[in-house]
Design a protein around this ligand. Structure first.
Ligand code: GRF
Length: 206
């Protein structure tokens, strides 16, 4: 069974949905470690309560030393046996851009969730971007992480409609519900070895 490392920075609701699904749906992956770059991340308490090991690597102590910060993350992942060969890393509200070195080392083993239908509205404040643009639909995307910002091969997307009455707040809420559906699904597909990547396309086998 593969080992899962989840990187968070805050609330950790996506992390929680993944951990719950692993337990409930018996997804064949071992939740080995949750790492936060912030000591006050709410998700840390949730992970502990669910019996998952946690670690804090405080990014504020690594100002101007991004590589060292990433090295520390990598060595913590390795300590819990989340390696490029037998591991999966999920970014779940992790508010740091990870270095090309980290991405290369864990090639096609890092997933991210973004609150928009990529390639629309990458980067920060995706829900605000969708509202301001006047999009009629938005949603969320789970993708493999490559060197760009929210540019990696897409695994699953979830769609929500933007109605007349929607605000950034209501849209964010609707998207989050979808996020909690598709991220565990993507982890399950990975764990069951159902994903293969060809160029930009991710093939899901049945
Ligand atoms: C989510 O909206 C996710 O799409 C984005 O950051 C937010 C994290 O929320 N990357 P949570 O910490 O998982 O609750």
């Amino acid at each position: 069974m593969k080992n899962l490392g989840i990187l968070i920075s805050g609330r950790g609701s996506n992390m929680e949905s993944i951990l719950k699904a692993i337990k409930k749906q018996k997804i064949p992956i071992n939740p080995a470690i949750v790492i936060s770059n912030k000591s006050n991340a709410k998700g840390l308490a949730i992970a502990k309560k669910m019996g998952v090991q946690t670690a804090v690597i405080d990014s504020s102590k690594y100002k101007g030393r991004r590589l060292q910060f990433d090295e520390e993350i990598i060595s913590t992942l390795r300590k819990y046996n989340v390696t490029p060969t037998n591991g999966l890393v999920c970014l779940a509200g992790f508010m740091r851009i990870i270095s090309p070195h980290f991405i290369k080392e864990y090639k096609n083993k890092i997933l991210n969730i973004h609150p928009a239908l990529l390639p629309a509205f990458p980067g920060l404040d995706a829900q605000k971007q969708a509202m301001e643009f006047g999009a009629k639909y938005s949603g969320c995307t789970v993708h493999f992480v490559d060197e760009g910002v929210d540019t990696g091969p897409i695994i699953i997307q979830g769609i929500v409609e933007i109605g007349n009455k929607d605000t950034e707040k209501t849209l964010t809420k609707k998207i989050l519900i979808k996020e909690h559906e598709i991220y565990p699904k993507a982890v399950e597909l990975f764990a069951k070895k159902k994903l293969s990547i060809k160029g930009r396309r991710v093939r899901i086998s049945s």
